[in-house]
Design a protein around this ligand. Structure first.
Ligand SMILES: Cc1cc2nc3c(=O)[nH]c(=O)nc-3n(C[C@H](O)[C@H](O)[C@H](O)COP(=O)(O)OP(=O)(O)OC[C@H]3O[C@@H](n4cnc5c(N)ncnc54)[C@H](O)[C@@H]3O)c2cc1C
Length: 311
């Protein structure tokens, strides 16, 4: 099912007509609010507070990608600065970091590498002042080299900045080796974009095998692995590898998305594991929602029902 529907769904999500139809859904409709707690900073802080009360940690993503001009990039930076202030005021910054997409802060604009590096530095500085950290999300494979180069620059001043690597890319095992060094925070995920077989594994089992190879490298290394997956097998294997390498709880963490396997998030936290929940918020939830639906075609019926009942 996954293999059959994932690519068409991701392709459909690029249609303006579909986007127009879907974004007319209110954020409160079940299918949207399952994955996105709201559009405002207030909503983001509220969701964070609830998770922290359940002994979970959080990483917040201000939704927005495909930034088309500098003013939009500036607005995204301002949103992150406002968020970090609000987290500090609420006493939550110790438990909540931020995830940033470089495309949202200017990477695709002319002179985009310089622009997104400057913007990312401003967010990293504010995060450090708040006592927390930034992780750079990873987007489609055409941006991987540039994102890793920006990460390298950022880490000269902010070595605490986290990276994301996607196990579906053929290159990722080598990237894991390069980043498995001391003080290096690396989130390993399977990967959410539509990628050609020239650069990516497209078979589920191949992706899972790659995920395990990458986990082995990260768990054996000196860095701080962030195991971002809802897959029970990957979670079991990560736990076994942590034990094999004598890693104490707190020297790695599990990460899951807001609204997915919430019980498992709490079960792992109750067992003494560090668990961080990725909380996206903001008005531009469309691309994020479509990637979540593409991962889980079983949600499609529910989604179509939401669309029809909103008309
Ligand atoms: C914290 C975090 C950060 C991420 N950051 C990035 C990033 O920067 N770049 C990027 O490309 N990708 C990112 N991803 C997404 C990731 O690449 C996968 O697309 C996503 O996590 C699904 O893969 P999985 O490992 O959970 O395994 P899967 O094999 O896809 O899923 C395993 C099980 O999880 C549950 N599940 C998975 N997805 C859903 C869903 N949408 N709805 C309901 N149940 C579901 C189901 O029970 C499923 O059987 C991130 C994921 C997480 C958890």
């Amino acid at each position: 099912m996954w293999g059959v529907l994932r690519e068409p769904l991701l392709a459909l999500s690029r249609s303006e007509t579909v986007k127009d139809l879907v974004t007319r859904l209110p954020i409160s409709s079940g299918i949207v609010s399952r994955y996105v707690p709201g559009e405002s900073v207030h909503d983001a802080v509220g969701a964070t507070r609830g998770l922290v009360e359940d002994d979970l940690h959080v990483t917040l993503d201000h939704l927005g990608e495909d930034t088309l001009d500098e003013s939009q990039a500036e607005a995204t930076v301002a949103a992150y600065l406002e968020l970090l202030d609000a987290l500090t005021a609420a006493g939550l910054a110790r438990h909540a970091e931020v995830s940033v997409k470089l495309s949202a802060i200017g990477q695709a604009l002319p002179d985009g590498d310089r622009l997104c590096l400057d913007n990312a530095r401003r967010i990293c500085r504010a995060a450090r002042n708040a006592g927390t950290t930034v992780t750079l999300d990873m987007e489609d494979h055409t941006t991987t080299d540039r994102t890793l180069a920006t990460l390298g620059e950022l880490r000269k001043d902010f070595p605490e900045t986290g990276a994301v690597l996607q196990a579906y890319l053929r290159r990722t095992e080598a990237d894991c080796r390069a980043l498995a060094h001391e003080d290096s925070r690396v989130r390993l995920c399977k990967g959410a974009y539509s990628e050609p077989s020239t650069v990516a594994f497209t078979d589920r089992h191949e992706i899972d095998k790659s995920y395990v190879r990458c986990l082995k490298v990260l768990m054996a290394g000196q860095g701080y692995p962030m195991v971002a997956s809802h897959d029970p097998r990957m979670i079991r294997i990560a736990s076994a590898l942590a034990t094999r390498h004598g890693r104490a709880a707190g020297t790695y963490e599990f990460q899951m998305l807001y609204g997915i396997r919430a019980d498992e998030q709490r079960r792992l936290a109750a067992a003494g594991e560090t668990v961080r929940v990725y909380v996206p918020y903001g008005a531009q939830w469309y691309g994020y929602l479509m990637r979540r639906l593409a991962e889980r075609p079983a949600n499609l019926r529910f989604f179509l029902r939401s669309l029809l009942s909103s008309k």
